[in-house]
Write a protein that binds this ligand. Structure first.
Ligand SMILES: [Zn+2]
Length: 642
């Protein structure tokens, strides 16, 4: 993977430096409470939080961010983001209260460790097995060789479960370790990211800025934490699912009281309170950021009102009792009044933005007009934890608009717009050609009118992707927008866009869906995944068919139907007429789909029994597309699908 080069990155423009100075004057930078909280209870760490894979690859290393230790803000970084990036530098083991500990800064997420009668209950397992191993070793170094007596996983995103195997495999009687999750946890762990996986992975590079060099002109933070953890991950099955608010579990002598919070930051999520420690944990729904209602990687739009409602309910249930509140990202806060204040502000943040978006929508404003118009009340504007380091008010209101009204603003001028390349060519023509366009754009660039410059120069890049002057001006403009951005995900997107336009980054490869992921999918999900790979135009040249699948290991039967170029399926109880019947283990189908084995090999090894047409499987496979891992985003697609 090539890295962006600081040498080609430019310095900050005067207008950017001026905007940063204005921001410094309006926000309470002298309030040091967060820095005290982030450092409180520090017990020790591993040098530079460095985590190395068995093969020697460095998976995590905070030394790369040492440039952030300067209090002096680099003018190429928004000062508020610089502050957040410095808060996210803290790493190691921290005492939350005696008996409750957190490992922070070894991953984007936190591991919370709650001591019980015999051992320790681990809340969330970080993104990777390597990170989780480092975290539990660090904990034990300071708190003794306590066994893991329970695992609680707060929600279905992989930065909270990916490392679980490190904890279960290392224990002697791991079969008896309860793994407690919210209901529908397992079903949601991968489904949110599977069907649109290739597009989401590519977009996630922009969101998290993974290929960027770590520097004051490059990657500084992700807002939610420092970066994404690299390494191995595996999904574990829960042994116990919590279904209703008020349910309690006693794990290793510690009583957890749960609150369900589905359809908030994750489709399956819960909060809990531990009376013994007067500890409230709101998972990822009340962290030190305005979170995403729709992350740039893409997903279904989240429900801002549910989010607000569950924070309000937590305040009602435990607001007067909790003496410490921690989440699964960022640092805890202590004291009943501060907890209550943060809960009220976070509750109102999501509700305000939701309600005001709807209000302005009903006045006729479209999404970008709402984003321009809406302003947080000053009480929320000045609350550091409500600032948009990960989500941002300007893209969150667009998410709310999308949730209620969709992509269309009802203006027929936007009903059937030309695609990017065709529109680009016409814009360039109307503006008097590429030279004239660039001349005007350069003048506007000098004036700091970056938002319009990226719009027009992007048209030119789509019309003429080999126009080097256009690529460079667009890259320079993205870069200044990146330097301006308070939101880490905006900064990452702009700077990666700039690097790709300068052709500094290539060969970024992300893992395809492997068998370890396929095997945890429900058969319905696997069929959904196959169906979205079906090349419609190619299917038009083949005949319709029907296959009955009979899975010998799971006992399931499915009927798959290809007709009118659409692949449909349903679970069936009884066999009837079909063109072919395949009896095989589900695990064999996984291997067939990942091409570890061919259908004829499986036949020869008797792993598949066939009645009827044995050629249909290969025919189906020949109709499936493979997706590119690295499609173009800031310039025209090099290869259009046929
Ligand atoms: Zn998370």
């Amino acid at each position: 993977m090539l890295k962006t080069k600081d040498a080609t990155a430019k310095g900050a423009a005067k207008s950017v430096i001026r905007a940063h100075a204005e921001m410094k004057a309006t926000l309470p930078f002298d309030d040091g409470a967060d820095f005290k909280d982030a450092a409180r209870g520090f017990l020790g760490t591993i040098p530079d939080a460095r985590i190395v894979a068995k093969d020697g690859r460095v998976l995590w290393d905070m030394a790369a961010y040492d440039f952030l230790r300067a209090e002096q803000v680099a003018d190429t970084v928004n000062p508020s983001l610089w502050r957040q990036a410095r808060l996210n530098l803290h790493h190691g083991l921290f005492e939350v209260v005696p008996g409750v500990y957190q490992v922070r800064g070894l991953d984007i997420a936190n591991m919370t460790l709650i001591e019980g009668d015999r051992g320790v209950i681990v809340v969330d397992c970080l993104t990777t097995i390597e990170a989780a191993t480092a975290a539990i070793e660090l904990y034990r170094k300071h708190r003794g060789p306590r066994p893991v007596t329970g695992i609680v996983i707060t929600h279905s995103h992989s930065d909270h479960w990916g490392g679980a195997l490190a904890l279960t495999e290392a224990e002697q009687d791991n079969a008896s370790i309860p793994i407690v999750t919210p209901e529908f946890f397992f079903e949601n762990c991968v489904s949110e990211t599977v069907i649109a996986g290739p597009a989401m992975l590519r977009r996630a590079l922009y969101q998290f800025g993974i290929p960027l060099e770590k520097s004051a002109r490059g990657h500084v933070d992700c807002g939610l934490g420092k970066s994404l953890g690299l390494g191995r991950r595996a999904l574990v099955r829960p042994t116990d699912e919590v279904r209703a608010t008020g349910e309690k579990r006693v794990i290793d002598g510690v009583e957890f009281e749960f609150q369900m919070a589905p359809d908030t930051e994750a489709p399956a999520e819960f909060h809990f309170f531990i009376a013994k420690y007067k500890l409230l944990n709101l998972a990822e729904n009340c962290t030190h950021v305005f979170h995403n209602l729709l992350p740039f990687r893409g997903t279904l739009v989240r429900d801002a009102t549910a989010w607000s409602k569950y924070i309000a309910e937590a305040l009602y249930l435990w607001g007067g009792e909790a003496e410490v509140m921690c989440g699964q990202h960022h640092w805890p806060i202590w004291g009943k009044e501060r907890i209550s204040e943060m809960l009220r502000q976070q509750r109102d943040l999501y509700k305000f933005v939701h309600d005001q978006t709807l209000r302005l929508m009903n006045h006729g404003l479209n999404a970008s007009e709402i984003a321009e118009h809406i302003k947080l009340p000053s009480t929320l504007e000045r609350a550091w934890h409500a600032r948009g380091y990960y989500g941002h008010i300007k893209h969150n209101v667009k998410a709310i608009y999308q949730r209620y009204l969709g992509w269309y603003d009802a203006n027929p001028a936007n009903l059937d717009v030309l695609p990017r390349v065709e529109a680009g060519k016409k814009y360039v023509e109307y503006m008097g050609g590429g030279g004239a366009l660039l001349e005007r754009a350069k003048a506007d660039f000098e004036k700091g009118e970056y938002r319009f410059v990226v719009e027009v120069v992007s048209h030119l890049v789509f019309a003429d992707p080999d126009n080097t002057a256009a690529r460079h001006l667009l890259a320079d403009t993205f870069e200044q927008l990146g330097y301006l951005a308070e939101c880490a995900t905006w900064r990452n997107s702009y700077l990666l866009g700039a690097a790709e336009l300068r052709r500094e980054i290539s060969n970024v490869t992300r893992g395809h869906l492997g068998r370890d992921t396929l095997c945890v999918l429900a058969t319905q999900e696997l069929f959904d995944l196959i169906a979205v790979r079906l090349n419609g135009p190619r299917a038009e040249t083949t005949r319709s068919f029907r296959i009955d699948w009979w899975f010998t290991d799971t006992g399931e039967m499915f009927r798959m139907n290809l007709e009118n170029c659409a692949l449909t399926y349903m679970q069936i109880e009884e066999r009837s007429e079909s063109d072919a019947e395949y009896r095989l283990a589900r695990s064999t189908l996984d291997r067939l789909v990942t091409k570890e084995i061919t259908f004829s090999e499986a036949l020869a090894k008797r792993e598949v029994e066939v009645k009827g047409d044995s050629g249909l499987f290969d025919m189906l496979m020949s109709l499936l597309d493979d997706f590119p891992v690295n499609f173009e985003i800031v310039e025209p697609l090099r290869k259009y699908p046929t």
